[in-house]
Design a protein around this ligand. Structure first.
Ligand code: ZN
Length: 867
């Protein structure tokens, strides 16, 4: 609806000042470079050599895309195979280019990449020499004098990537054009880049998605949310290659539905451990250069909302926090023809590469100092403060000033899989993990989920991760208990603490310690778990029709096939109508329930309920839970929540006697009592509030004054959940329904609640199932169904939460956009739920992005989320 020119954006811009370690860093917050800053930047003043004013000189030694593919870049989108073909052709023709394969996709397509540089730099010896020098620069122990010399003599490693979302094509096409230009041109622009850098070009990060024209990969994963967890081959292989060729610049080119172009500066919130130097390069070097060039070429663009730099899960935040690189997201309007899309992406990429090359020695030197500074912060136990950079609001939550020098993870045998996964994850991001050789006394030990420090002894074998490392920022980003969100609006999840996601015991300490410990060698990937003996026959029903269901069922297929290694049957509507005779346990993940009901029809609903009555076990979550209610199976009561907690970790209590709690124990000694029940951290995404009906609450959200109550991330209004059920186990005839109010396999991140899902599928039936008189059951079912009918029929809604006084403005805006929405009022908050039945993402949705930006210019929303 709105197409903002850069002029319009400029009006909304402000100067920001960031205070850290008594250094005030001023950056321009929006739009173009102030003249004074530009004058200091060689990239901006070099009249003799400019990325777009200098006439390109092609040597015609390397075939152009047109010569190889039969059409120029921009005539139509290249296919994955054509992209691969072109990489091969350039590799054959050019001594400046070597190619390789970063990973194989789920469907077996290679993620092909090229490295382009001066001939001597891209031989095996050349690359080895560069990698060794880069390792020295990343090492905080390298003396500054040597580092300064290396910064001058070593090429920087710059990454250009695209198409992590399969239906956002143009970054790939532009990256091929970058590769061609770097391989064949012989002019001052390319000379500057090749004299100062090697460039890794990975055009297609998601080949399966590109071929299927889907955002997600073949397992339904959004690969731009998979970076820290690296569950998918595509992500894992890419990160291995990044570790081999650590970047100082990582460009991740996307597309969206807004009629303009986005590049940083990012919106608030910014994660507090984003290192200073790359943050500064992003804003002062790259964004400045791109802004100048796009202004010159009259290409419209904007900065800021809703693209933040907060959750450490993306192709910008992970390179930035994990590699101290300038990680940048670009977004180009997907409705423009491919030549425009590819050209504008090329402009942003090419300008960035030239700017990086121009500033290379300074960047590499500051890069080294950034690692030195990180290690020193770790030794001092200093957490980076957080701040507000664009919004001009008050800080929601400051980073506390208590010291954190160490993290510890208890080596509990029952958790060995999650521990292996996490330790391996850390190690493969260059974190050193140690194992205590003897029992060690630790003062100021703060266990996860506790507000009080204690003096305790940690047993031998406990994993110890000291912060006194170059990867201090990454350690904090993965092992923190709380991400300290600076403002209440987050682009995606507000929490991602790895130990909490995995429900591991451990904590931090600020004490100065020198434990006796051994360095842990690289931990092997845990083998598939394998099915239990006499496993029941598992069926998986994907509710048809929405991206939610594809993603949710896809993450289950991934879990079953690649983590657990268990057999299952994909259940169809026809199989349900035919009575599901071959299936013992039916799993129904999330999805838009009304599409499911339409597909099942009256006959399917009846058959499903009859199957449970006859002894089937129905396991559902989110949409799958709602389906159980609307198909007349369960009596749980679902109500829309009024919370503002998009992707928040909340600790829930398990009923100790429930078979769902088997193997989940918070105490290393295995002493579960009614005072200290087993607990697990749940990934809560403003899910519906559930009460047990006639079933038993197997997991409960604790009350606020309960010692087990704990949250991580944005948790506004979660007191509404007090005492409500997170899991209900209900006897239904001879069968049973196990229903989750949350996603126990959220993006396959949640090792902790995956245990509960395992127990739901394979665990015992509760010993005593109370018999329910039929009349009581009918009344309960009626209550449950009425509540479900009252749920707003909006699918996976876009959720806007505002202060009541901002309700009118928000409503007017929604009406202007022609949005279909429901409004819920609480004294403290007004909630708008906007229809999103197909579960479109920010980028795919016709107006979510524009709406978010318009809204943030008029009011300060409490939160705004798209799931
Ligand atoms: Zn995207």
């Amino acid at each position: 609806m709105t197409s903002l020119s850069s002029d319009a954006v400029r009006l909304a811009c402000a100067w920001g000042t960031r205070m850290r370690h008594r250094i005030a860093l001023t950056f321009w917050a929006c739009a173009t470079v102030p003249t004074a800053l530009a004058a200091g930047s060689p990239a901006a003043i070099d009249a003799n050599c400019s990325p777009f004013l200098t006439t390109p000189v092609f040597m015609d030694k390397v075939p152009s895309p047109e010569a190889v593919l039969g059409f120029p870049i921009g005539e139509r989108e290249v296919t994955t195979a054509e992209s691969d073909t072109y990489l091969d052709a350039v590799d054959r023709a050019s001594a400046r280019v070597v190619t390789g394969t970063a990973a194989m996709s789920v469907e077996g397509r290679p993620l092909r990449y090229g490295i382009v540089g001066r001939e001597g730099n891209v031989t095996q010896d050349g690359l080895r020499t560069i990698r060794a020098a880069i390792q020295q620069l990343m090492d905080p122990e390298t003396r500054n004098k040597l580092a300064a010399d290396l910064a001058t003599s070593t090429p920087a490693i710059l990454w250009v990537t695209g198409n992590v979302h399969g239906n956002e094509e143009s970054g790939a096409d532009a990256a091929l054009q970058v590769l061609y230009a770097l391989a064949d041109r012989n002019d001052c622009v390319v000379a500057r880049i090749l004299d100062n850098a090697i460039v890794v070009v990975l055009p297609i990060q998601n080949p399966d998605g590109r071929e299927a024209k889907t955002r997600r990969n073949a397992y339904g994963f959004d690969l731009n949310r998979d970076w820290f967890a690296r569950t998918q081959n595509e992500t894992d292989g890419k990160l291995d290659l990044l570790r081999q060729y650590p970047p100082v610049l990582y460009i991740d080119a996307h597309e969206f539905g807004t009629k303009t172009f986005f590049f940083p500066p990012n919106a608030d919130p910014v994660y507090h451990e984003v290192p200073e130097s790359p943050f500064k390069w992003i804003n002062n070097i790259y964004a400045a250069a791109i802004g100048t060039e796009m202004d010159r070429q009259r290409i419209p663009f904007f900065h800021g909302s809703p693209y933040d730099l907060y959750a450490v899960e993306y192709g910008d935040s992970v390179p930035t926090v994990g590699f101290h690189a300038a990680g940048m997201t670009f977004e180009k309007y997907n409705g423009d023809p491919i030549d425009t899309r590819a050209y504008e992406q090329f402009v942003a990429m090419w300008t960035s590469l030239f700017a990086a090359a121009t500033e290379k020695a300074r960047i590499l030197n500051e890069w080294h100092l950034s690692y030195v500074d990180a290690k020193k912060q770790g030794a001092d136990g200093t957490l980076e403060p957080n701040g507000i950079y664009l919004d001009g609001k008050d800080l929601l939550q400051a980073v506390p000033d208590w010291p954190v020098r160490h993290y510890f993870l208890l080596n509990e045998p029952a958790r060995w899989r999650e521990l292996a996964q996490l330790v391996r994850r850390l190690q493969r991001m260059n974190v050193k993990v140690w194992s205590l050789k003897e029992e060690t006394y630790v003062g100021n030990f703060r266990p996860y989920g506790s507000q009080t420090d204690l003096r305790t002894s940690l047993p031998a074998g406990t994993y110890w991760i000291p912060m006194d490392q170059g990867q201090k920022h990454w350690i904090q980003a993965m092992l923190h208990e709380d991400p300290y969100i600076p403002v209440s609006v987050s682009y995606d999840v507000s929490a991602w603490s790895n130990p909490l996601l995995m429900n591991l015991s451990g904590g931090s300490s600020g004490e100065i310690l020198a434990p006796t410990a051994t360095l842990v060698p690289l931990v092997a990937e845990p083998a598939l778990r394998g099915p239990p003996a006499r496993a029941p026959k598992i069926g998986l029903f994907e509710i048809p029709g929405s991206a939610t269901a594809f993603e949710s069922a896809g993450s289950i297929r991934y879990l079953f096939e690649r983590v657990w290694g268990v057999p299952y049957t994909q259940v169809t509507v026809d199989m349900i109508k035919a009575g599901l005779r071959e299936i013992d346990v039916l799993l129904v993940p999330d999805g838009y329930v009304n599409y499911g009901l339409q597909a099942l029809g009256a006959q399917g609903k009846k058959a499903l309920a009859a199957w449970v009555e006859r002894g089937g076990r129905y396991v559902g979550y989110l949409g799958g839970t709602e389906l159980a209610v609307k198909a007349g199976i369960s009596t749980v009561v679902l109500q829309t929540s009024h919370t503002s907690a998009p992707g928040t970790l909340i600790r829930v209590k398990l009923a100790p006697a429930s078979p769902l709690a088997a193997g989940v124990d918070p105490n290393p000694e295995g002493t579960t009592t009614s005072e200290h029940p087993p607990t697990v951290w749940v990934m809560y995404f403003d899910d519906d509030r559930m009460t047990a009906g006639m079933g038993m609450a197997a997991a409960t959200f604790p009350a606020h004054d309960d010692p087990e109550f704990a949250t991580s991330g944005l948790a506004i209004g979660v007191d509404e959940l007090d005492g409500s059920a997170a899991i209900v186990d209900e006897a239904v005839g001879s069968g049973r329904a196990v229903l989750f109010s949350f996603d126990p396999n959220f993006r396959a991140w949640t090792g902790g609640t995956q245990h509960l899902l395992w127990n739901a599928l394979y665990g015992h039936t509760p010993a005593a199932v109370p018999a329910q008189p039929a009349t009581v059951r009918v009344a309960a079912r009626d209550r449950s169904e009425r509540a479900a009918q009252a749920l707003p029929d909006v699918g996976k809604a876009i959720r806007i939460v505002v202060h009541p006084q901002d309700g009118d403005v928000t409503r007017a805006l929604l009406e202007r956009y022609g949005a279909e929405f429901k409004e819920l009022r609480k004294p403290e908050r007004t909630i708008f739920l906007i229809e999103n039945r197909k579960a479109l993402s920010w980028e795919e949705h016709p107006f979510a992005l524009d709406l978010a930006r318009d809204l943030r210019q008029q009011v300060s929303p409490i939160s705004f989320s798209v799931r």
